[in-house]
Design a protein around this ligand. Structure first.
Ligand code: ZN
Length: 439
């Protein structure tokens, strides 16, 4: 006898996103604890159990929660502070000074909580974050109930919370040790800012640390043409070849952006099974360039989708990001067939999970997997009629259409009302912090 569920999501159009599965009409999901324990079709009676929480998904799509594979969540604090500037000027004249002046574990905590509200409200259930004062971020994610890879930022400059760059890896290691087993939802890691802001030695030591703990190492890779040129000037090699020389091309590495790549670099990433995260809106806004996503997908590279920080996007809505990824891929290649809705949805779910090493737990709806589930209200003018749910998700829906959000079996948003966080308090605290940043 199956043990009783404690959460039932019923009567929705279920998209499991398991390869080969068709959409199920009037499906019901059973959840017990943190896991999906049953999927019932339209003909099957659901168990009627007293006291069990039931979410009615009539006229709703049920699908896996989205995976934001790259972000700097607490940068919500700087949303709209400095826009329409060249990346170098934006970063060195605006963002780095604002971070130096205003970041603390406390401000990072509130900024990350604001990001959690926004992500939950737009259907993101897992996020990969890289920033500073990461105890603040990890505490915020844990409080919000969101699943996360939380990576301590590593950079060879004085950084927020790490005034002495010689200690950046000691700080990273201590963070990993504090969070390695502290939370069911949080996995720690390291985030090296880039090949031009971290020394070769720092990069190698960061990788050694990540391998020691079997954790991922994220890095911004070839985000700008200038960055790639700087690496070539210094080393005589293109960035991916240089990463290879440093011994960094192993399965722990997650390359973020990966825009300015030559064919042989794509081949090199593919043959070394390096995962890549595409952040189209940030890349467009900072005019960094257009990643060669079609070519990477063809070579079998596993790609996730990320929003990047909300100072360069300026929102955390992965539905919008999917739409942008598909359209940017088409306009870059002048091919309307490339990067179809099915591929882009995978990037935001199953592939994103694989990028973070979580594919056994999340990314699809299957019995035994973690209950990270969202429902989408299909009863809206812009979502009618419904011919192809994947097209609807990518080209018509937005995060505002998300109705319910469940992470690890826990309902975090029900009928668009937050159940775990006090949104008014978070907004008030971030507005207070923003008054100081503005002055
Ligand atoms: Zn980034």
């Amino acid at each position: 006898v199956k043990s009783n569920p404690d959460l039932i999501i019923e009567n929705g159009l279920l998209l499991t996103l398991v390869e080969g599965d068709e959409p199920f009409q009037r499906a019901t999901l059973l959840v017990r604890g943190d896991r999906i324990t049953g999927i019932l079709g339209s003909g099957e009676e659901r168990p009627s159990i007293k006291g069990v929480q039931v979410l009615d998904a009539t006229d709703c799509l049920i699908m896996p929660g989205l995976v934001n594979a790259h972000g700097h969540t607490a940068m919500t604090l700087f949303r709209g502070l400095a826009d329409d500037l060249p990346l170098k000027q934006w970063l060195f004249e605006k963002i780095f000074p604002a971070e130096a002046a205003h970041l603390s574990e406390e401000t990072v905590y509130w900024g990350a909580l604001l990001g959690c509200l926004e992500m939950i409200a737009s259907g993101t259930t897992t996020v990969s974050d890289g920033y500073f004062f990461q105890d603040g971020t990890a505490r915020a994610f844990e409080k919000a109930g969101i699943r996360a890879l939380v990576a301590q930022g590593v950079i060879d400059f004085p950084a927020p919370g790490v005034p002495d760059p010689a200690r950046n890896l000691a700080v990273g290691k201590a963070f990993i040790e504090r969070w390695e087993r502290a939370s069911e939802l949080i996995r720690p890691g390291l985030f090296c800012h880039s090949l031009t802001t971290c020394s070769d030695k720092t990069l190698q030591e960061a990788m050694a640390l990540c391998l020691e703990f079997s954790l991922p190492l994220q890095i911004h890779l070839s985000e700008t043409k200038e960055e790639a040129e700087e690496v070539i000037r210094r080393t005589g090699k293109r960035p991916v070849a240089h990463l290879g020389d440093l011994g960094l091309l192993n399965e722990s590495l997650i390359g973020v952006h990966a825009i300015h790549l030559e064919d042989e670099e794509i081949d090199f990433l593919a043959s070394n099974k390096i995962k890549v995260v595409h952040c189209p809106e940030s890349n467009m806004k900072l005019a960094s360039g257009m990643a060669r996503v079609t070519e990477m997908v063809k070579k079998g590279i596993v790609l996730g989708l990320g929003t990047d920080g909300s100072a360069s996007n300026n929102d955390l809505d992965l539905f919008k990001e999917m739409d942008t990824a598909a359209k940017l891929g088409k306009v870059r290649t002048l091919d309307p067939v490339t990067l179809g809705a099915a591929t882009v949805v995978k990037m935001a779910t199953a592939w994103g999970a694989e990028v973070l090493g979580l594919e056994k737990e999340i990314g699809t709806i299957e019995v035994g997997k973690k209950a990270d589930i969202i429902t989408l209200d299909l009863g809206k003018p812009h979502l009618v009629p419904l011919y192809n749910p994947l097209s609807t998700i990518v080209y018509s829906a937005s995060g505002a259409d998300v109705k319910d959000v469940i992470v690890n079996g826990k309902v975090l948003m029900k009928d668009r009302a937050f159940t775990a966080l006090d949104a008014d308090e978070v907004l008030a605290r971030v507005r207070e912090i923003s008054e100081k940043i503005r002055s």
